[in-house]
Design a protein around this ligand. Structure first.
Ligand code: F6P
Length: 535
């Protein structure tokens, strides 16, 4: 049965037609609304009262979640069942941060001993780099780490490195090279001494063209400076699931940190893919981040639907997307350290839930994953918030803020927080034409200065941005994606949609480097000839 045929879905359609109250009225009619519409878990407090929902909306959404067997699906994921059906793989990123002692079995084997062994090796490696006992080919300690990876092998480490920079060892610079554009690599190494630089080549498959091309250029750059093949062993380590390809590239598998096919790329931050982060912040802080992830995992796995934070945020988001017509969601962290958080979940969410067929391969008749975007506050306020407040699109927003700053500086933090709260308030309650008029605004400007309000948002608050908090926050968004995927009956863990472009790029590359060897369409041919002419 298609999702839209479920009576629980139909009940929500009917409810949409009656639920026309706007946020001003919803708050006026219920003085306990804020008190009733919040949840806390794993150190995060979430106020979801500024959404166009009532208690009944939530109940109907929870009924839908139950009808789609969300609890059984969650149990199946945590138990290592092969829920990634198109690739016949388990989905077990939760095993990477599991702090308990029960075995987690995939293909009749407990995965935890290997998970913990890799973590131990990562710890030793990062201790050695940080203490200077790992030296480069000329005997100098490593001062620069460059992670070469893309997608999940880049965005997670970048996001977490930026988020936890406060906790990092500033005597080591950590950079990330992802783009196949040679500028990215060239600029990253511009002022670096090869003798003090170590590359972490991070790729689950070790076949991704961007990463392999950048890694080859890194090898050439290193050898141009150090002039001895044996230097590669001291300046390259690999993070991958593919031993064979790592060896082929020339990296000793003794310097390889493995992970497993049951870790999806965009869910791999807690695996060895996080190695650059561990080097930057040290093994204890990395462990604290894993504990934060685990705390949210446990909440998600055990809390009833009504008190479950990832489920609640998933359901409210689904209401906005499927019933109120929103097509995108903004993630707006009021913390500069979270400047890559939205970009990380752009991949996390859009590669997971940007699907248009069900698990059985049937076309869906409803909207699935939204466009995810965002920038840290207050920068966004001077860029795109105009559209949020007065544009024609409905854009639900998540605001993220902290009670205590990591960098106490005059009144900056109080001003930052005041802005966060002011934006959620302005979006929800707006400003009526009458209020504008009462301020003496000329009649021809009243419409321009009116804010209709009624824009939904969640506000997520924690004490301080710590490794634990980041872990909990990240797991919250991961599980939200999972819940929505289950309800939409799509496979959130494959990404076939990225394949066609890769194949076509290979063919067009041939044409660019060897004209006349391939057949292209008219438009591509015209563009190719124009590019040749301009070169
Ligand atoms: O974009 C497609 C993708 O497969 C992502 O899912 C993945 O995170 C990225 O490429 C990088 O893949 P790999 O780690 O295998 O290099």
């Amino acid at each position: 049965m298609q999702l839209t045929d479920y009576p629980e879905w139909q009940a929500l359609v009917d409810h949409t037609q009656v639920a026309t109250d706007n946020l001003v009225t919803l708050f006026e009619n219920d003085s306990n609304r804020a008190q009733d519409m919040n949840l806390q878990a794993a150190g995060l407090f979430v106020d979801y009262s500024k959404n166009r929902i009532t208690a009944e909306t939530l109940t109907l959404l929870q009924d839908l979640a139950r009808a789609r067997n969300i609890e059984a699906a969650t149990t199946a994921m945590f138990a290592g069942e092969k829920i990634n059906t198109t690739e016949n793989r388990a989905v077990l990123h939760t095993a990477l941060r599991y702090q308990g002692s029960e075995p987690i079995v995939v293909d009749e084997q407990d995965v935890l001993p290997e998970v913990r062994d890799v973590l131990r090796r990562m710890g030793e490696f990062s201790d050695n780099i940080r203490s200077g006992s790992w030296t480069g080919y000329t005997g100098k300690p490593i001062k620069n780490i460059i992670n070469i990876g893309i997608g999940g092998s880049d965005l997670g480490p970048v996001m977490a490195y930026e988020a936890l920079k406060h906790y990092s060892d500033r005597s080591i610079s950590v950079k990330f090279v992802s783009n196949i554009d040679g500028t990215h690599f060239t600029e990253a190494v511009r002022e670096l001494d090869a003798a003090e630089t170590l590359f972490i080549v991070a790729s689950k498959t070790f076949t991704t063209d961007e990463t392999m091309t950048n890694a080859s250029s890194a090898r050439a750059w290193l050898l141009a400076a150090l002039r001895d093949e044996s230097a590669v062993a001291k300046h390259f380590v690999a993070v991958s699931t593919n031993n064979e390809k790592v060896s082929e590239f020339g990296i000793d598998t003794a310097n390889m940190f493995g992970f497993w096919d049951w870790v999806g790329g965009r869910y791999s931050l807690c695996s060895a893919i996080g190695l650059s982060v561990m080097v930057a912040i040290g093994r204890d802080n990395f462990q604290a981040m894993l504990e934060g992830f685990y705390a949210m995992d446990e909440h998600f796995r055990t809390a009833p639907i009504e008190e479950n934070l990832p489920v609640t945020l998933a359901l409210i988001s689904l209401w906005n997307l499927n019933f109120l017509g929103a097509q995108s969601e903004a993630i707006l962290p009021y913390d500069q350290y979270l400047n890559r958080f939205a970009a990380y979940f752009q991949q996390g969410n859009m590669e997971s839930n940007g699907k248009s067929v069900t698990k059985a391969g049937e076309p869906v008749s409803y909207q699935t994953g939204p466009v995810i975007w965002g920038e840290p506050g207050t920068n966004g306020q001077h860029a795109f918030y105009q559209l949020l407040h007065q544009g024609t699109l409905l854009v639900p927003c998540d605001f993220i803020g902290f009670a205590k700053p990591l960098n106490e500086l005059g009144q900056h933090h109080s001003k930052l927080t005041a802005n966060l709260l002011a934006q959620t308030k302005a979006l929800a309650f707006g400003k009526t034409a009458d209020t504008v008029r009462s301020e003496g605004v000329a009649e021809d400007l009243v419409a321009h200065k009116t804010f209709v309000g009624n824009h939904p948002s969640n506000t997520i608050i924690a004490k301080q941005l710590t490794p634990q908090t980041l872990g909990a926050l990240t797991a919250l968004y991961e599980h939200k994606i999972f819940v929505q995927g289950v309800i939409w009956d799509i496979n959130s863990f494959d990404q076939w949609g990225v394949e066609l472009g890769k194949v076509l790029a290979t063919d067009i590359f041939k044409e660019l480097t060897n004209p006349g060897t391939t057949q292209q369409d008219q438009s591509t041919n015209l563009l190719l000839s124009k590019l040749r002419e301009l070169k």
